[in-house]
Design a protein around this ligand. Structure first.
Ligand SMILES: [Zn+2]
Length: 374
C-alpha cells in the first residue's frame, strides 16, 4: 500500500513538473472563443495566404525585413528580472535562426539542406517607443503576481499585474515572465483583424541562452518557434491531429510531435502513407524537440511568413524603429550580398535617401554607389 502511495505521489509530482512546449493551439482556440471577429478572420487566413503567395511571392523584390521588438520583463522575484545580456542573447539567436546563420545548420540532414531557408527576416530591440522617445526596447515591470496563466492573458495588461502592449501593428511585443503549469510559451497567429491580445509570451527559464535559461530548452528556440506561430506557421504535424497538414508542401507529412532528439531518419505511420521515406522533419523549429536538436525553417515556411507580414503585419515592412533607420533594404534578386551599412558622400552613416548619391557597403567589402530616383 505504501509503495502504491509512493508511486502515486511520485507520478503526481512528475506531472506537476511536466513541461508543456507550446500553448499556441489552445491559445488560438481561446482567442477565437473570446473574439468572434478573430475567429472569422482566422478562418480565411489559409486561403488568403495561398492566394497571396501564388500572386506575389515569386515576383516580389527580395528584401530583408527587420522586425522591431519590445521585450516586457514582468518580474516578481529578482531571478525573474533577467539581465540585458540574456535578452541580447535571444535577439542574436533569432537573427541567426531566421537568417540560417546558426552554427548547427550542419546538423540538417543532407536530404533537406536544399530546402532549408534563409528567411530574410531580422529582429532588433526597438530604438523608439510609441511616444517617440528613445528606448532600449526593454520594458521592465515589477509585479505582485507570482505566476501567470495563459488563460485570460493577464501578463498582457497592467490592470492584471502585467505590462500593456506597445502598438501591436508596429512592434513585436514579447512578454517574459513566470508562466505557470510548466508552459514554455505561446503566441497569437495573425489575421486581418486587429487583435488586442497580439504578441508572444515566453517563460523566463526558456528565453535566450544564458542566465536563467534551463536545459533542454536553453538555446532560445522557444522564441524562434513562437514567433514562427506569430508569423502564421503551424506545427509541422499540422493543426488537426494525426498525419495533418501544416499548409506547407516541403515539410513531410508527420504523425505527431517529437520530443527529446530522435535519430535520423525517424519514420512514422504517416511516412509510409505519404511516401516520405526520410520520415519526420523533427529538427524543424516548428516541432517540439529539444532546443539543441532544432536547426531549420523550410522555403515553404518562409513563403508563408513573408506572406503573413505583407498581408497582416505590413507596418513591419517600412519603419525607422531599428538601429540605422532602414528596415527593408532592396536586394538584387540574384545576389546574396549582405549590406553592412549605408553612407553618404562625406562617409557619414545614413539612411536610404532619395535623389542624392549614397553608398552601400557590403559584408564582403564591396561598395556600390546608388541614386534612388523618387
Ligand atoms: Zn507551437
Amino acid at each position: 500500500m505504501r509503495s502504491l502511495l509512493t508511486i502515486l505521489l511520485l507520478s503526481i509530482s512528475l506531472c506537476s513538473n511536466a513541461q508543456h512546449r507550446c500553448g499556441t493551439s489552445i491559445y488560438t482556440e481561446q482567442l477565437s472563443a473570446k473574439y468572434e471577429d478573430y475567429s472569422k478572420a482566422r478562418s480565411k487566413v489559409n486561403k488568403e495566404t495561398e492566394d497571396w503567395i501564388k500572386k506575389n511571392y515569386h515576383d516580389q523584390i527580395k528584401t530583408i525585413i527587420k522586425i522591431p521588438v519590445v521585450v516586457h520583463v514582468v518580474w516578481n522575484t529578482n531571478t525573474e528580472n533577467i539581465s540585458d545580456a540574456q535578452i541580447f542573447s535571444q535577439i542574436d539567436i533569432l537573427n541567426k535562426d531566421y537568417r540560417r546563420q546558426n552554427i548547427d545548420t550542419i546538423n540538417t540532414p543532407n536530404v533537406w539542406k536544399n530546402i532549408a531557408a534563409d528567411c530574410e527576416i531580422e529582429f532588433c530591440l526597438a530604438n523608439t517607443d510609441p511616444n517617440g522617445n528613445t528606448t532600449t526596447g526593454i520594458n521592465r515591470v515589477q509585479t505582485n503576481v507570482s505566476s501567470f496563466s495563459m488563460n485570460g492573458d493577464p501578463v498582457m495588461s497592467s490592470s492584471s499585474g502585467g505590462a500593456d502592449p506597445w502598438d501591436q501593428d508596429s512592434y513585436l511585443n514579447i512578454w517574459v515572465c513566470d508562466l505557470g503549469s510548466g508552459l514554455l510559451g505561446y503566441a497569437s497567429p495573425p489575421s486581418s483583424w486587429p487583435n488586442p491580445n497580439d504578441g508572444v509570451v515566453i517563460g523566463y527559464r526558456y528565453f535566450g541562452n544564458t542566465g536563467t535559461a534551463q536545459p533542454p530548452y536553453h538555446k532560445g528556440r522557444t522564441a524562434t518557434h513562437e514567433i514562427g506561430h506569430w508569423l502564421n506557421l503551424e506545427h509541422v504535424w499540422g493543426a488537426w491531429g494525426s498525419c495533418g497538414n501544416d499548409q506547407v508542401s516541403d515539410t513531410p507529412i508527420q504523425e505527431t510531435e517529437n520530443y527529446s532528439c530522435p535519430s535520423f531518419p525517424s519514420t512514422s505511420i504517416c511516412s509510409g502513407q505519404s511516401n516520405t521515406p526520410n520520415g519526420d522533419m523533427f529538427m524543424n523549429y516548428m516541432d517540439y524537440t529539444n532546443d539543441a536538436c532544432m536547426n531549420l525553417f523550410t522555403e515553404g515556411q518562409k513563403s508563408r511568413m513573408i506572406a503573413a507580414i505583407n498581408q497582416y503585419r505590413p507596418n513591419l515592412l517600412s519603419h525607422s524603429l531599428c538601429q540605422g533607420g532602414v528596415s527593408a533594404i532592396n536586394k538584387d534578386i540574384t545576389s546574396s550580398k549582405k549590406i553592412v551599412k549605408i553612407i553618404d558622400v562625406l562617409g557619414r552613416e545614413t539612411q536610404e535617401k532619395k535623389n542624392i548619391p549614397i553608398f552601400y557597403i557590403y559584408e564582403n567589402g564591396n561598395v556600390e554607389r546608388k541614386i534612388i530616383i523618387d
